[in-house]
Design a protein around this ligand. Sequence first.
Ligand SMILES: Nc1nc2c(ncn2[C@@H]2O[C@H](COP(=O)(O)OP(=O)(O)O)[C@@H](OP(=O)(O)OP(=O)(O)O)[C@H]2O)c(=O)[nH]1
Length: 368
Amino acid sequence: MSPQTASSSLQLNIPQPPSKIITTSPSPSSDLNGHIHAHSDSKPNGNGDGRSLLFDNTPLPNNGNTQTLNSPTTSNSNNRKSLDIHKTPSELDPMDLSRTPPPRTFAPSPPPPISRSDSFTDITMHVNVAPQRPDGVNGVRISKKYRDESELSRLMRTVDFAARKHSCQRRKDVDQTPYINHPIAVANYLSSTGITDVKVLQAAVLHDTVEDTHTTIEEIAQLFGTDVARIVEECTDDTSLSGLERKTAQLRSAPYKSREAQQVKLADKIHNLESIRRCPPVGWGIKRIQAYFIWAKQVTDVCAPAHPPLAEKLQELYETAYTRVDGVYHPCHPGVCGPLTEPEKDLVDSRLRGLKKGDKVCPAPIFF
Ligand SMILES: Nc1nc2c(ncn2[C@@H]2O[C@H](COP(=O)(O)OP(=O)(O)O)[C@@H](OP(=O)(O)OP(=O)(O)O)[C@H]2O)c(=O)[nH]1
């Protein structure tokens, strides 16, 4: 949790259809009962040695019951990941996320399955979700005064809203970069790689507001519409879970998120990974960096078909990202990275030059 804000949480019931087939539409991202959790926390500026975040990257043998999720862009075909969708959660080793399946069938009387045809993940899933309530996000209408607004104006209002919400928060890097730089960068990754759907860009800008600030999904629905609110909800982790549980939950729910939420996820991860490569969070050792890369690749491999241009950039990052810790060069993703060349060593050095714990940080923000 952030040093700036106290932590509290409230639980909201977001109404959903009683039972539905997940194709590319809203997912059980927060939990599978249709609950989402709105939090008034800010990001932990936590440090750690990564001991609790070490994930096995060993590919599973395909036993015929396994759905293989392939990155479309990888030049490294032996890095494909398999998710066994037939084990129950209790059969899983929580430390072994490469073996973590997505949730199984939850609907008591499932309707006929419909295949996901817009991507080659081709997984069919029934999820039992909470019944619709009239007071949830489905019943929320965007405020009248915003209904005739231009898209550009709405996008700028979104950026302004997120900037206010994140104004007290800082990233975990040594410079304590203003937190808002992250959601803006996430939206920029999307718009610069061909995403023109303003709702996706708005959701990218807002994607951490519910998880990390005093913002509710209803507030977002009222100000920016239910489509944006749903994407944000899909990108919101349940912060009542432990860090490891959240990582597991992201892996499990990733295949069932809407295309739009998967696009935001890809951009979110690429910015976090680039940030780690350029300037790792203070206190992160190599084990924690590698654990984050290994886990992030598992998530982004699943989301890759939603936006191939970003998936390609991610693959390149996994194959080339090195970092240096205590004078030793390490691949950020040990399973995928190629050998480090001399020019790349210089690149790593120039990125990390002068970076050390306890360095003077940016001036403190001015509050009005
Ligand atoms: N790389 C990087 N991450 C930072 C920095 N400052 C804050 N973060 C946030 O920290 C999270 C990654 O750190 P973790 O240790 O894995 O997560 P945790 O603090 O939430 O447990 C990301 O949260 P998230 O957006 O919810 O993403 P994710 O964990 O869902 O990927 C990221 O946005 C920074 O300087 N560099």
